[in-house]
Design a protein around this ligand. Structure first.
Ligand code: SF4
Length: 283
């Protein structure tokens, strides 16, 4: 896990209400070392403080329990397996249903949504579940990172529809094309694809797969074509589509099945056509 060195930390942790502990309830007493328990091993770090600790919390597992449920159970009783009372790990969550991307984290060395990851899937034999924050974004605290850079990338490619005085009339899309565009539009901005992209990070200006795939969606939508040329010029600059290394990790980890690679390939084709057109027209 690389050290974090940035001053961009903004408090984004959402401290949810602490539910009262019900003695004897599944979320009540912490346990460990039994088949009915699961241990969460959580990476702890405060912002820029270089000190890193790992705390293990034991909780009772329930059928259908997600990693997010398990984190809430720890929050109710944040005692470690060696009996120390610790502040509960900070984590983010919004919708708890895979629609907001806030709970994206590294679970057993793979980037996933905590709300969509079943404890039984990542700990089928009762082994510990390791939780760490996304490593490519500035750490705020524990499992909370600042993903403002990912959001800025979408702004940098003009990821919106801006209507002028004479906006183009939306033409009906063919069903197959509609399905392609809808699939690209599923993006929830979780940043998982950026976490696993070798080209994305502090070492480069690469805008990242999510923002670039959205350029394809906007440029191929009738109303989005209004700014197509501007967007293509932006993604043909350094940090744009030419910086994609085609590792294709992005599509592997996307939790909502966005066809990211398809979007990037179509964008590469569009920029090539734009470049040829520029040469032919002497632009
Ligand atoms: S493309 Fe998929 S992995 Fe990337 S930000 Fe969007 S939803 Fe997350």
């Amino acid at each position: 896990m690389p050290d974090r060195s940035t001053d961009e930390s903004q408090a984004r942790a959402r401290d949810g209400a602490t539910a009262p502990q019900t003695p004897g309830s599944p979320d009540g007493p912490t346990v460990s070392g039994t088949r009915a328990s699961v241990t969460l091993r959580v990476r702890r770090q405060e912002g820029q403080n270089p000190r890193v600790e790992w705390d293990s919390f034991g909780i009772l597992r329930r059928p259908g329990m997600t990693v997010l449920d398990a984190l809430w159970a720890v929050r109710r009783d944040p005692a470690t397996t060696d009996g120390r009372s610790k502040p509960p790990p900070a984590f983010e969550c919004g919708c708890s249903s895979g629609a907001c991307g806030a709970c994206t984290m590294v679970i057993n060395n793979r980037v996933r949504l905590a709300c969509r990851t079943l404890v039984d899937d990542v700990s089928p034999k009762g082994g510990p579940i390791t939780l760490a924050p996304l490593a490519k974004f500035p750490l705020v605290r524990d499992l909370v990172v600042d993903r403002a850079h990912a959001e800025r990338a979408l702004c940098e490619v003009r990821g919106w529809v801006e209507l002028g005085d004479e906006p183009p009339k939306p033409a009906p899309e063919a069903p197959a094309r509609q399905r392609q565009l809808e699939a690209l539009g599923r993006c929830i901005g979780c940043a998982a694809c950026m976490e696993v992209c070798p080209q994305y990070g502090e070492h480069s200006d690469f805008l990242g797969p999510a923002a670039l795939a959205q350029v394809t969606r906007l440029n191929e939508t009738a109303v989005g074509q209004w700014q197509k040329t501007d967007r293509l010029a932006l993604v043909m600059a350094p940090g744009g589509i030419a910086d994609c290394g085609k590792a294709q990790n992005c599509v592997e980890v996307c939790p909502v099945g966005v066809p990211v690679v398809d979007g990037l390939q179509r964008l590469a084709g569009a920029t090539t056509r734009e470049m040829l057109l520029g040469w032919l027209l002497g632009r």
